[in-house]
Ligand binder design. Structure first.
Ligand SMILES: Nc1ncnc2c1ncn2[C@@H]1O[C@H](COP(=O)(O)OP(=O)(O)OP(=O)(O)O)[C@@H](O)[C@H]1O
Ligand SMILES: [Mg+2]
Length: 370
């Protein structure tokens, strides 16, 4: 069983919904929610030896962009060209459906080849929905009996047998190699109740569901922190993860309640819970993919920062009024956000850490002050 975390350096994935070497995950999301961008970020920063990208039924422009861009980029881990460790299996929307069907298997076979050399391989398939559509067309032309939504009846077993190729293996010489598979799913209208998403959810170990509301609010990566899940254990203690999730859930409940009773009818304690959830979302779950420092957070830094963030979430503030609560949480948000942009070895990083420690030690309850 795979248990070694695969660090992607995307905080919301590594800390909240981890992936392991040899495991599987899927990213379903509505059109334009950021599936392709998320996979590109992962292909750049994930701590693996080889990345195989199956651009399956993608728009030609997107593939061309990747092909042009990757040879120019340097691998942030090794300093060599990113292209040296990346394989892209191109197969644009305009190509025949049979080629599209085959491209996913081609990519998986190449990935297995490198795994057999004792390397850690990550296979990214974008998008498996287009692959399923190719299956549907081929099956239709073969006049097979259609199943749900005209997909062939064997759709689920095909999806399962694709993801089953992911594994960590021990070679004869004692080395290990791993193949991790991550596939995007683009269900029409973002409705996850359709055969491809459902068939995928049955077999994968982690689900990173993108939400339209989050991507519209430009909260990237748009992975929904309430809907998503992972069966794996990552770099953060599961109890701490559960504590952070509880805050998110509570914050969500308060927000729902507030739409009914308004802010007047909401207590300071409840507002504080909601502000804490917002704080966690904006300083930890969201990440600026285009920033050099914030764009990729190594595992040790995630563990260190997570503890500080959790300390804020678990702190009993006992605010006197809502304004004070807002002001304090804005202060915390600014501190941590600036911290995210400071390089780990910079003096600025230490300086902000000092301020954060002061923040955590301060803010006693008002009655204690007097
Ligand atoms: N992490 C991110 N940071 C900043 N912008 C992002 C991020 N993710 C997505 N975007 C924005 O959203 C746009 C659409 O993203 P993307 O192409 O990844 O969507 P998609 O889900 O792959 O769409 P489709 O279903 O059409 O393939 C991007 O061009 C970019 O502007
Ligand atoms: Mg895309």
């Amino acid at each position: 069983m795979p248990t070694e975390p695969l660090v992607t350096r995307v905080r919301i994935i590594d800390s909240m919904f981890p992936v392991v070497r040899g495991g599987t995950y899927c990213i379903p999301g509505p059109f334009g929610a950021g599936k392709t961008v998320l996979q590109q970020i992962t292909s750049r920063h994930a701590e693996v030896d080889i990345v195989v990208i199956a651009a399956c039924g993608e728009r030609a422009g997107e593939v061309v962009e990747t092909l042009r861009e990757f040879p120019r980029l340097t691998d942030p881990r090794t300093g060599r060209r990113l292209m040296d460790r990346t394989i892209i299996v191109c197969n644009t929307l305009a190509m025949p459906v049979a080629a599209r069907d085959a491209s996913v298997y081609t990519a998986a076979t190449m990935a297995e080849y490198y795994r057999q050399m004792g390397l850690n391989v990550l296979l990214l398939a974008d998008s498996t929905s287009r692959w399923a559509q190719a299956m549907r067309e081929i099956s239709g032309r073969l006049e097979e009996i259609p199943g749900e939504e005209a997909f062939p009846a064997y759709l689920e077993s095909r999806i399962a047998s694709f993801y089953e190729r992911a594994a960590i293996i021990e070679l004869r010489d004692g080395q290990t190699g791993s193949l991790t598979i991550g596939g995007t799913v683009s269900p029409a209208g973002g409705n996850f109740e359709e055969p491809v998403t459902q068939g995928t959810l049955k077999v994968v170990g982690a689900f990173h569901g993108l939400s339209r509301a989050r991507s519209d609010a430009r909260r990237y990566p748009a992975i929904d922190p309430l809907d998503s899940w992972s069966k794996y254990v990552g770099i953060i203690d599961p109890q701490k993860v559960a504590a952070a999730r509880a805050v998110l859930r509570r914050g969500h409940e308060v927000r729902q309640m507030m739409t009914v009773v308004g802010e007047e009818g909401t207590s300071v304690e409840d507002i504080t819970e909601m502000l804490k959830a917002d704080f966690f979302d904006s300083v930890y779950l969201q990440q600026n993919a285009y920033d050099k420092v914030d764009g990729a957070t190594p595992a040790e830094r995630q563990q260190f920062v997570f503890d500080r963030v959790l300390a804020v979430l678990q702190k009993e503030f006992a605010f006197g009024d809502k304004d004070q609560a807002r002001k304090t949480m804005v202060e915390a948000t600014d501190l941590f956000r600036n911290w995210n942009y400071a390089a780990t070895d910079s003096p600025e990083y230490q300086e902000i850490l000092g301020k954060i420690e002061t923040f955590l030690a301060g803010h006693p309850a008002p009655q204690q002050e007097g």
